[in-house]
Design a protein around this ligand. Sequence first.
Ligand SMILES: *Cc1c(COP(=O)(O)O)cnc(C)c1O
Length: 383
Amino acid sequence: MKRASDYSQETRLVQLGVGVDERTGAISPPIHLSATYRHPGVGESTGYDYTRSINPTREVLEKGLAELEGGARGLAFSSGMAALTTFFLHFSQGDHLVVSEDLYGGTYRVLDQIFANFGLTVTYVDTTNTATVAEAITDQTKALLIETPGNPLLGIADLAALGQLCRERKLLFAVDNTFLSPILQRPFEFGADVVIYSATKYLGGHNDLCAGVLIAREETLGEELYFLQNSTGAILPPLDCWLLLRSLKTLALRIERHCKNAMTVALWLQQHPKVTDIYYPGLEGHPGHELSRRQASGFGGMISFRVESEELARRVLKHLRLISFAESLGGVESLMTLPAVQTHGDIPETERQRLGICERLLRLSVGTESVEDIIADLEQALV
Ligand SMILES: *Cc1c(COP(=O)(O)O)cnc(C)c1O
């Protein structure tokens, strides 16, 4: 008989949860809302005691996530920020982290405005340059956290080189893999210890769910992170676990379409006279193009671009009809945002200017609609 791990990733995704309810044979796994469980006797347990600690629906999801990513332990949280916060709680006063500067604004905010008060120090660096990362490491450094592709400028960090650096310097290597998903990029294969997701994005994929994920490669770290999750409590509720399970079944299909649409849109934007800069790793002119080909199996659905003027950027957002002017990304519906004002508004102005997150920069999450309709909407808005 075939074991689950003999099947391809796509097949395993589609089959998540099938057959877990032996009593009924349900194809779609049941949603267990029970907050607590009867004990057969003193000192005895069915394996389920209390829903914060363990819940059967969350368990199906977490096991599936761990297996898909190729890690020992998966943990589902109430948001991406809850997952990241729990990861940061792993560190102590006086510890130092090296973190990507091209980073989700909320991660920057939680480190700078909350964890700084508890004595966790952070250096933000250009993680697309491995030498710069090495220079930022001190005796207090405990971990490297990167996003690749970066956000919003989609710079590509060298996962293999950074994995090796972390091994040599005995640092925990964490990758926020939200932009590509495990379908396109598998950080554990390059030595990452923890993979982090905002499952609100591609994993959820329908702009109807807020969730986060941590996956640990090794059991020991997985146990430590589970201890923090259970102690602090930012778990994903059972109904949302089920929604995320259902979303994962179509992840491979969706990602394929996101990539295809994004490539077509990027090529179209690249030749548009009012577009002055474009950032998409799938374009040959992108500085991370070759690296991206080597370490990921696709370029994803995110594109950032600058237009001629700040006025034009604002006009585009006003004129969009099909594409929604909204924060977030990774859903089947196309969304566009102005990072300087929205997603990255909490990064200090001078820092934003240095990074190139100006008010001419737009970020597009290319959805799975017909690509002709997406381009037609951009064409009528870019006037
Ligand atoms: C959205 C996002 C987060 C935060 O996740 P939430 O689910 O919004 O809490 C973290 N990292 C990246 C890369 C994101 O895009």
